[in-house]
Design a protein around this ligand. Structure first.
Ligand SMILES: *Cc1c(COP(=O)(O)O)cnc(C)c1O
Length: 367
């Protein structure tokens, strides 16, 4: 069977180095807010070219903390609006509603699955404070037009960079395009920990300071609490693993690109729509390779029968979830077509040429 994602193989590819770092951290006797986190934050901030990186417990917390930080700084208050793509993972929306902010959904573009920047201005009201862009499936979304909108209406751009670490837009890394960004190091992400992890990036000194405090009980000095914070810290042991894996991120993203190119050039089946690759290949890190077909469920069953595991990202949009019953009446036709037709093929740095070829052959034989 070809697994959708072979996490074991992905981590064992760096076995010796990771095991050495794990052992060192274990033996150090220091497990939170120490040298490993500091070093990883420094290396990641150098990689992204952003002034601040704050390690936190997971990707959802990274995004929640950004909104909590802007609220603590007085830039946002409950009831304000945040524009979000209608087709995203629910975490993007939870981060907004968890801070008593109101999500305003905007349709994506079918070609890129990313928010349709041309439709954002119509969704802006007097209450809008931020636009959350999600670099979905690993593809950067940004434009000068988007930047101009934020200047015109005094909005923040918050990036959900959970899926696109290493991607670039015009030579600038995602996570350094907007005002603040959330990263996830969930094991299956392009930079994955051995458990949960996340980070906030920003060039804003005030936001960085408040987010760092909020993630540690709202405290800058032990037992002195400036804000009502959370306990959301990145473990030393996860930071050590991530710091080691960060060294290989570019090479692993290149391998993903190679596989994506092979799929794009060789999958030839009239019922399958391939994802559009960006002109600048660096704009995509192929966290997921997502095809579309109106026969999605039938094609998925066929692939399963042929030993190829696939997943659906995502079967139900956030506003159609039971958790968001108040938004269930909303209708976003483009989003709904996407959710009904998408299917994610296996893609990872450890997929072999032979496996990739098998997947293509099986897809090309589908009738
Ligand atoms: C994975 C993911 C998150 C959340 O990250 P966690 O670390 O699982 O909390 C947020 N947004 C998107 C788009 C994601 O894919």
């Amino acid at each position: 069977m070809i697994k959708f994602l072979d996490l074991k193989k992905m981590n064992l590819a760096h076995r010796e180095a990771i095991e050495a770092r794990l052992l060192k951290t274990f033996r150090s006797g220091w497990y939170l807010l120490g040298q490993e986190v500091k070093q990883f934050e420094q290396n990641l901030s150098q990689y992204i070219a952003t002034k601040h990186i704050i390690g936190v417990a997971n990707g959802l917390d990274a995004l929640r903390l950004i909104f909590k930080g802007y609220t603590a700084l007085g830039f946002m208050q409950p009831g304000d609006e945040v524009i979000v793509p209608a087709n995203t993972y629910i975490a993007s929306v939870l981060a907004v509603t968890d801070n008593n902010l109101t999500p305003v959904f905007v349709e994506p573009e079918t070609a890129t699955f990313n928010i349709d920047i041309a439709k954002i201005e119509d969704a802006i009201t007097k209450k809008t404070k931020a636009i959350m862009v999600v670099h979905l499936y690993g593809q950067a979304v940004f434009s000068e037009q988007l930047k101009a909108l934020t200047e015109k209406y005094n909005l923040k751009i918050i990036e959900d960079n959970a899926q696109a670490i290493g991607a670039e837009w015009n030579g600038i890394k995602t996570g350094n395009l907007g005002d603040a960004s959330g990263f996830s190091f969930y094991p299956g992400k392009n930079l994955g920990a051995l458990g949960d992890g996340g980070a906030v990036s920003t060039n804003d000194d005030d936001l960085a300071e408040v987010v760092r405090a909020l993630a540690n009980y709202g405290s800058e000095e032990k037992y002195v609490n400036k804000y009502k914070g959370l306990n959301s810290r990145l473990d030393e042991i996860q930071a050590a693993v991530l710091d080691e894996k960060l060294k290989h991120l570019d090479a692993e993203n290149s391998r993903r690109r190679e596989i994506a190119n092979y799929y794009s050039q060789n999958i030839k089946n009239a019922v399958i729509k391939l994802p559009q690759a960006p002109q600048d290949e660096k704009a995509h890190v192929w966290h997921l390779f997502v095809i579309r077909t109106p026969q999605r469920d039938r094609l998925q069953q066929y692939l399963t029968d042929n030993g190829i595991q696939t997943l659906i990202h995502y079967p139900i949009p956030p506003y159609k979830q039971q958790a968001y019953a108040i938004y269930n009446h909303l209708s976003f036709p483009i989003t709904e077509v996407i959710h009904n037709e998408v299917l994610s093929l296996p893609i990872s740095p450890v997929l072999t040429d032979e496996e990739v070829k098998t997947i293509v052959d099986v897809l090309n034989s589908y009738q």
